[in-house]
Write a new protein. Structure first.
Length: 182
C-alpha cells in the first residue's frame, strides 16, 4: 500500500512540475516581442553558423558567417534566401518557419501538448501540423526557445540551436525588408 501512495505522490509531483514548466514557457513567450541570438544550423550534415533576429509575429533576419554573404529574411509573408550568386523567394506559409515564428501558434499548441525532458536540460514539444513535424526546444532553467528540428520543403532534415539569446531589444523595422534580387 505504501508503494501505491509513493507512486501516486510521484505522479502528482511530476504532473505539477510539467504544468509549471509549461506555464513558465508560455508566460515567457507571451512576454517576448523579439529576440536575437547566435545560431548553429545543421542541414543534412552540413553545419552553418550566424546571427539572427526574430520579431513576432513571423519576421526573421539571419546573416550566415563565412558564406557567400548569405542572408535569410522574412517580412511575415515572404521568405528570401539570398547569396552573392543566388536568390530564392518562397511564400512563408509554405515553410515550417511560418509556424516556428508564430508565437501565438506555439502557445496554443504547447497548451495542449505533453512535454519531454531531454537530458535534464531541454524541454521538448513535438508539433504535428499540416504534415510537418516540428520539434521545439526550450531551456529548462530560463524557459527560452533554444532550438527547433524539422524537415524543410525539400525534405532536408534541419536542426537549429540558439545561443547568446537576448530579448526585447530595440530593433530597426527595416531589418525585415525583403532584399531585391541580384
Amino acid at each position: 500500500m505504501f508503494k501505491f501512495y509513493l507512486m501516486f505522490f510521484y505522479l502528482i509531483l511530476i504532473t505539477n512540475l510539467n504544468a509549471d514548466n509549461k506555464n513558465k514557457i508560455i508566460e515567457n513567450l507571451k512576454n517576448t516581442q523579439n529576440l536575437d541570438f547566435k545560431f548553429e544550423q545543421n542541414i543534412n550534415g552540413k553545419t552553418e553558423i550566424g546571427i539572427c533576429t526574430i520579431e513576432y509575429p513571423k519576421k526573421i533576419y539571419c546573416e550566415y558567417a563565412k558564406s557567400n554573404n548569405k542572408i535569410l529574411v522574412s517580412n511575415g509573408k515572404s521568405l528570401v534566401i539570398k547569396t552573392r550568386t543566388s536568390y530564392y523567394r518562397y511564400p512563408l506559409s509554405k515553410t515550417p518557419l511560418n509556424l516556428i515564428l508564430d508565437k501565438n501558434f506555439l502557445i496554443e499548441k504547447i497548451y495542449n501538448l505533453d512535454e519531454r525532458l531531454i537530458d535534464g536540460n531541454l524541454i521538448n514539444y513535438s508539433i504535428n501540423e499540416n504534415d510537418n513535424i516540428i520539434n521545439i526546444f526550450f531551456d529548462n532553467k530560463t524557459f527560452d526557445l533554444i532550438g527547433w528540428q524539422n524537415t524543410d520543403p525539400y525534405q532536408n532534415f534541419n536542426i537549429t540551436f540558439l545561443s547568446s539569446i537576448r530579448k526585447n531589444r530595440i530593433i530597426s523595422k527595416s531589418l525585415f525588408k525583403i532584399p531585391k534580387q541580384n
